[in-house]
Design a protein around this ligand. Structure first.
Ligand code: PLP
Length: 377
């Protein structure tokens, strides 16, 4: 067994979710668009899954659009902003700590003449509504601010930012990337006042390859994929019923047990931070994380890639930042203005409902041993 503490990268699929997927792939493999009874049964089940997901998200079933992943949802939201820009102008506001799925989409728009304002976070990883107010312009078409940051666990003031944006102009689209927030912090899209919200299944125990885009009822959205007209004509493509069934199963589990899961993860994180600081001399906490499942620490003087490898040798999986960065220093940690030594030794630790105290002990003992080995060398 190994200690898996990289649940912000991906999670193990719940057995119930895997079983639901298997049933759709074998017994119930019909195409929901087919007119005969076998296909229509698949369509009926699909509607049931949509209702389950909508309940967990706190929205209407017709506001749920199944996508392939969080990256797709973020790309779609930025594309919608660009479409909106035809009417309002070519300015977008985001934060300096968004996921690459948002930031790279925006870079592509900048190359086409758009202007992007990136709000800077404070030292604890929070952006401030006053900075958003100061950045809003007559030509602003879209605001995209994530709900929970994937490397720091910091919760952004999305509801307040959406309120300010809509008070400035109801025509500005507001998108939030809730990939790391869904299940981990309670929210509803309507309660926050957002137009678009992005979720990914593989962060909550559904398989990779399924996501949800919440699109507020009444909002006119450009389609993402053209074709057979599935998902209300906005996202064509035969529905991946197996992944959707698994996502619905995962949503049902989180809906029923979410509060206990959050308490469990928060408790483990508190133990981890306490023990790491007590037993690993020199360790710094970069971010305790508002969300229960993510925190970031640093062991200055130890390159994080080396720490990740050495921990891996001891059977412990953590990340040197977002798994999407592939060895480059994280733009998120860099945006905090950390000293270089702290930045270079940064590690992200992330929990799931299945994480245990034994996982935490393996991590703490692993880091302490790496340090002892180096001092002794
Ligand atoms: N947004 C955030 C905040 C994420 O953490 C991730 C994945 O790590 C994504 C978007 C991309 O999601 P996916 O891996 O489903 O494409």
């Amino acid at each position: 067994m190994f200690a898996y503490l990289d649940n912000a990268a991906t999670t193990r699929v719940w057995p119930q979710a895997a079983q639901a997927a298997q049933a759709e792939m074998t017994a119930g493999f019909g195409n929901p668009s087919a007119r005969y009874a076998f296909g229509q049964e698949a369509a009926r089940r699909l509607q049931g899954y949509r209702e389950t997901v909508a309940r967990a998200l706190g929205c209407l079933p017709e506001e749920v659009y199944f996508t392939s992943c969080g990256t797709e949802g973020d790309n779609w939201a930025i594309r919608a902003g660009a479409e909106q820009g035809r009417r309002r102008g070519k300015h977008i506001i985001t934060t300096a700590i968004e996921h690459a799925a948002v930031l790279e989409s925006l870079k592509a728009l900048e190359a086409q003449g758009w202007t992007v304002t990136r709000l800077k976070p404070d030292r604890r990883g929070h952006v401030h509504p006053e900075d958003l107010s100061a950045a809003l312009r007559e030509d602003t078409a879209l605001v995209s601010i994530m709900l929970v940051n994937n490397e720091l666990g910091s919760l952004q003031p999305v509801a307040e930012c959406a309120r300010l944006t809509k008070a400035f102009s109801r025509d500005i689209l507001f998108h939030t990337d809730a990939v790391q927030a869904f299940g981990k912090v309670p929210f509803t899209p309507e309660g926050m006042g957002v137009d678009l919200l992005t979720v990914s299944g593989h962060k909550i125990g559904a398989p990779k390859g399924i996501g949800v885009q919440y699109i507020r009822k009444g909002l006119r959205m450009p389609p993402f994929l053209l074709g057979g007209g599935q998902e209300g004509g906005l996202r064509s493509g035969t529905e991946p019923t197996a992944q959707i069934a698994a996502l619905a199963a995962a949503c049902a589990i989180w809906e029923e047990r979410g509060r206990d899961f959050r308490d469990h993860m928060a408790q483990l994180k508190a133990i981890a931070l306490r023990e790491l600081q007590a037993r690993v001399p020199g360790l710094e906490v970069i971010a305790g994380g508002d969300a229960p499942h993510i925190c970031a620490v640093s062991l200055p003087g130890y390159p994080s890639e080396m720490l990740v490898r050495a921990l891996s040798d001891r059977g412990v999986c953590v990340s040197s930042g977002s798994a999407c960065h592939k060895g480059k220093p994280s733009h998120v940690f860099a945006a905090l203005g950390l000293p270089k030594r702290t930045l270079m030794g940064a590690l992200r630790i992330s929990f799931s409902p299945e994480s245990t105290e034994a996982d935490v002990e393996a991590l703490v003992e692993g880091l302490a041993a790496i340090q002892r080995d180096r001092v002794g060398a």
